[in-house]
Design a protein around this ligand. Sequence first.
Ligand SMILES: Nc1ncnc2c1ncn2[C@@H]1O[C@H](COP(=O)(O)OP(=O)(O)OP(=O)(O)O)[C@@H](O)[C@H]1O
Length: 410
Amino acid sequence: MEHWGIFTNNQTNKKELVKKLENNAFSNIINLDGQKGKLFSQLALQKFMEEEEKHGTKSISTEFQALKTMSSGEQKKALLFQILDQDPDYIILDNPFDNLDVTFQKELRKLLTKHADRTLFIQLASRKADMLSMIHNFAEVRDGQLDILKEIALKQDKKQIHLSGEIPSPINQISFNGNTLISFKNVNVSYGEKHILKDIDWEVKSGEFWQLIGHNGTGKTTILSMITGDNPKAFGQEIYLFGKKKGSGESVWDIKQKIGYFSPSMTDKFRGRHSLENMLISGLLDSIGLYVKPTETQKRIIKNWLLLIHLWEKRNIQFNELSLGEQRLVMTVRAMVKHPPLLILDEPTSGMDDSAARILVNLVNKIAEETQTAILFVSHRKEPGLHPKKILELTKTEKGSLGSIHTFKK
Ligand SMILES: Nc1ncnc2c1ncn2[C@@H]1O[C@H](COP(=O)(O)OP(=O)(O)OP(=O)(O)O)[C@@H](O)[C@H]1O
């Protein structure tokens, strides 16, 4: 089989690329005429979830669990097994390793190798290190066309990108009682007979830099939702946020204004026509659009942030015209502009190419070094160059995931 690897970057329009491949628009390079194909991607999962919701069907959901309640890794596994079961002629693998833990990444490589002599793979990859070993033909997307690559360097490019200057100071410091932002005491979560979290004891203090890791389905998102949202599982448990017991009458607003939060799915909220500068200014005002005239101080702060991330020149460009990497960088800055006591970044680098991920990691390290904001970075990848000082690792057991804490000395 002549498998193909296609390098995409953050400017690539994936939907269009997939459509063109399926319509055999690149038949001079990859001929898929008359072949039955399947798409293994986040886009495909989204479609299945919408269909299941609309028509009450169960194309991927099992009798035990609905697709939408599965963790992101579990959803990808379920889609993979459904696709392999149908034995298609070809599979388009769109960043197949995103959202998968290290163990399942290995399993996925093995599974695909087993199918490699009867199924054609077209892998779309934004990270060079991800390319499957059975792929020996490579192309990249340029101006909507495929260009064959004669040679590729499969090693990661280690070039450093420097951010210019210091993290801009906040207008006001957001205060709260004490020095402990999050405190979990003996927290347990179960869905019926299924145990998710077991006796979690955990404290996050001002200025600490944490990474939350754990295999797929160990409960990372569950923990986040107990901090940021109204997960009913949080009530009645010993969870303290910013010095107050969760469920003791604190307002959602009170908690939200102390947390800066970014997860890639949020980028969809900003479909409107906002300039980059206004989008960041609106972050200072807790609104999506900009409805009041900004002050000179607000403008100056945002200018400094934009200079720091090298996007000042693009300040008047619409947010949705930026590359995916630039959008993520801007959303991270937006979550941070007010210097909230706690900054939560939920898989911020998923789907990003190497160089864009590196800038984001540099920015996060810099925030950790120069500010009093505590950071909680959730990611499957050991992100090269990220320097958390503490890790909370969730490990699955029959009785639910246990948490262990690792501390790094400077
Ligand atoms: N409503 C529900 N009913 C049954 N199980 C649920 C429900 N909601 C979540 N779960 C289960 O809880 C477990 C933890 O899910 P969670 O999303 O917190 O994991 P995660 O560590 O974030 O995983 P991933 O790395 O795959 O994103 C999963 O096994 C998931 O299937």
